[in-house]
Design a protein around this ligand. Structure first.
Ligand code: SAM
Length: 418
């Protein structure tokens, strides 16, 4: 790094010793007016840098999905999301959901489909919870290896995001213990894995589609060397340059015939990060439409543009725009979607939808932290109706089923004595 950064080395070393900054990305519908005093993030209009790190697990609006805590550098993938709609998007290594919730924010309810994929079952639980909290039901959650996707759905996606497993050098400031795991052999093994994943990612891109490759490491062997290897001599690809003026905080490098962008902690508001964007030549084709396997709707009136169906006794929800982009053969595969209804009552996630269910559930409005904590502990007045919709400052937070709050995993952790 000394050789690479020259005169900037000392600033870089000092930044690694400083406490990591905290930033959040606001939900486009649920969070747009929050943190008005916080500093903006140059590459994301909803990114905010906070002056200090709050205890998010005690913040009702965090539980309501009004914002996502995400380090600022990773928010940059937004600038390469194609403008056209509808968009078929796959995030191959999506857990815990920073890029996936960002992509859903870009798609919204009408803009397309996100496949949020991660092969690690434990990390997928966190991804699932974050997607549910975000409340934009335009996704399917899967746990396949990227090679499975490449084999079954080549050329099927307008945007493929590979935020690859990496040596994580850029996150050592947040997690100093991670530095102890670094070994040259590990970086070499990761490079082999990243190259396999890159090949799979390339196979998945449709004509006219975009591939985004990202890591959170400074190691050129996992970044520009991989890019140079993957795109060398492939005439069907063209590099994408940062659109518009490159923010000062970002350092461009040559990556094969294209560019990579480094985010260094001494130059910007986030952690170490690398990003490179490529486009497969050709004209985008109209995505094929499939008929979703919807059946009798649960006894719910759905917001406009939302479909639901049943799987294993549970009802899931998917926006109409997303459902029409699911390849017809995928309906038979193993996936999860946004839970809408289970055990004969609305699922916890349904309270967090960014557009509320029209069925008139009585609303229980909470305004203070004390009321919120009492709700978590099941210590508020029992509902008059069988189910009440609990909101905090106008955002859905959960349900109150006859004296019992609906609780996701995080809240159970939060309620344990500390
Ligand atoms: N995109 C995530 C976000 O923004 O929150 C972070 C992804 S993290 C850098 C890398 C992810 O790659 C991990 O969740 C890990 O489970 C996943 N992973 C590990 N091996 C993988 C593989 N062979 N194929 C795809 N993903 C893999």
């Amino acid at each position: 790094m000394q050789a690479r950064l020259g005169a900037e080395w000392e600033d870089f070393a000092a930044a690694l010793e400083a406490p990591p900054p905290t930033s959040v990305r606001l939900h486009p519908e649920k969070g747009a007016d929050l943190f008005p005093q916080a500093a903006p993030i140059p590459w994301h209009p909803l990114g905010r840098r906070l002056p200090e790190r709050p205890a998010f697990e005690e913040e009702p609006l965090w539980h309501a999905g009004a914002y996502y805590v995400q380090e600022a550098s990773g928010m940059s993938v937004r600038v390469f999301v194609p403008q056209r709609r509808p968009l078929r998007v796959i995030d191959l290594s999506a857990a815990p959901g920073g890029k996936a919730t960002l992509l859903l924010g870009e798609l919204g309810w009408e803009g397309g489909l996100l496949i949020a994929n991660d092969p690690d079952p434990r990390r997928r639980l966190a991804l699932q919870e974050n997607l549910e909290r975000w409340g934009i039901p335009a996704y399917l959650l899967t746990g396949r290896h990227p090679q499975w996707w490449a084999q079954h759905y080549p050329g099927s996606f307008d945007l493929v995001v590979l935020d690859a497993p990496c040596s994580g050098e850029g996150l050592w400031r947040k997690d100093p213990a991670a530095a102890c795991h670094w070994r040259p052999e590990l970086a070499a093994r990761l490079q082999r894995l990243q190259r396999n994943l890159l090949r799979a990612a390339q196979t998945l891109v449709a004509p006219g589609g975009t591939l985004l490759y990202a890591t959170c490491t400074f190691n050129p062997a996992e970044n520009e060397e991989n890019i140079a290897w993957a795109f060398a001599a492939l005439a069907e690809w063209e590099p994408l340059a940062w659109p518009g003026l490159l923010p000062e905080a970002i350092t461009p490098v040559q990556a094969g015939a294209g560019w990579g962008y480094y985010f260094y902690p001494h130059r910007g508001p986030g952690e170490g990060f690398f990003l490179s964007a490529w486009r497969r030549k050709g004209s985008p084709r109209d995505p094929s439409f499939s008929r979703p396997p919807t059946s009798r709707a649960a006894s719910l009136a759905l917001p406009e543009g939302l479909l639901s169906g049943e799987k294993g006794g549970r009802w899931w929800a998917l926006t109409e725009a997303a459902a029409q982009l699911v390849p017809s053969t995928l309906w038979a595969a193993n996936w999860e979607a946004f839970p809408l209804w289970q055990h004969h009552r609305p699922a916890h996630a349904a309270a967090l939808l960014s557009r509320t269910l029209p069925k008139p559930y009585p609303e229980r409005s909470l305004y203070t932290l004390e009321e919120f904590l009492a709700y978590l502990r099941g210590q508020i007045h029992p509902p008059q109706a069988p189910v009440e919709w609990v909101s905090y400052a106008g955002r859905g937070l959960g349900w109150l089923y006859k004296g019992k709050p609906s609780l996701p995993f995080t809240w159970r952790r939060f309620l344990r004595p500390r």
